[in-house]
Design a protein around this ligand. Sequence first.
Ligand SMILES: [Mg+2]
Length: 510
Amino acid sequence: MSRTQAPHPSERRLPDEVQAELLRHMTSDGEPQSEQRIFVNRTLRMESVRCVGFDLDWTLADYQRLPFERLMFDLTIERLIEHHGHPAAVRDLGFRPDFPQRGLLIDKQAGTVLRMSRHRFVNLAYFGRERLNRDELKRLYRYEPIQPASGRFYHIDSLFELPETNIYAELVEASKTLPALAERGYPRLFEDVRAAIDWVHAAGTLKSRVLADTDRYLRRDRLLAIALLRLRLGGRPLILLTNSNWEYASGLCSFLFDGLLPGLESWRQLFDLVIVEAGKPDFFRHDRPFTSLDRDGEPKGEAKLPEWGGSYSGGCLEGLMRRIDLPGEQVLYVGDHIYGDAVTSKQESTWRIALIVRELEAEICARLELGRQSGRHIQLMRELGTLGHELDHVRDQVALGGSLAETTAAFDRADLEAWRQRFADVGRRHRRGLRQLAESAEQLDAAYHPYWGSLFKQGTSKTRFAGQLDSYACLYTARARNFAFYGSQHYYRVARDPMMHELEDLEADD
Ligand SMILES: [Mg+2]
């Protein structure tokens, strides 16, 4: 790394008390608990990672979901009534935090919320509170290929977007009985919600309420600070790169870190460079200047390149990489937004990505509890596969026998009758197996999520979200604090990444 300026801030020695605290939490006795593990899609040697960047919201700032979503919900509803002319009855919409899930799509044209597999197959959708039946799903999503990137669809890519999914579904439900909403139409209802949510974020209402009552919305976590300190070992610089503004970012970081560990007086000790209002994903795509900020976040002037130790707003990937002066693959970025943090940065750079998937803890717990039931489900699938093969053969035997009976005088019709009886019997068992499998799948899904099932699986396929996670994140874990359980130079190895034909061999070996 070229350093023509002042000594690099990460060269400062950690206070002795912090080093002592760090030592107390270091683990060397094997893997952490399942829900605290970091999972590996692509091998990553931390030895080769020379710089780590962090997003703030939902990455370092791990919000308390219920109070935070309730606040967003209430502020957005008031905005819809006061500014967008929605009827006062909208205040009665149901706050249903258990309804939305990350990775869903909103179909603005049809007024639905839907789940899609990575093969763009839609098997589940709700119109308001009503689950669509197979015929409706077929009518809406099976005749033409779905274009998820078109303006018709809105992607729920981060936890920030869950409340708007809740509100939109409730507005669609309410529009069935409220003419004032019905006459707006589904696309307009969606645009109203989007505009109201944007206002809640941009006007500062949400942020000022959070800053005024941080204890209610966030938790301080010593392990998070330890994770950052551990990653800094060996002089590896850390960067904070967030879309939030200075006032909010510094307020949150002060709450999260100041005075948290002995010797850690200020959050600024943790980061060697701070970039706020980054405007991701545009940060990765467009050339924009940095604005230098003083210690209080006041703008000091434009800067082409950020300096180590400084704080900036705006900027762009190109300027940041010129300052870092390393190949992109030696930078690890930790974020939670599948598109803004992972997809775009992967498309525009060679950064390695770790995605924070907060839902992973609940998924892993559900998966562990479902152990036996999952085994029974897999067994049902195998039995059904065998029955399906048998049904195929018997069906063709019946067809062949029927044809021979018509054309061959010597054909023994008793044989054909026996085949027909066997076909009826296998068909009955196959239909019973299909019903059992569907019931088992519903039970498993409900254990993960009451409306959508697992965040990662759609039947036997991966969900669209899981597909993106696979493709764009080298690592994924439930919380940024989990880096505290791994060495700063840990070798994250892919356990296995088999093709389907290899998987059969692995299952046979189990
Ligand atoms: Mg974020």
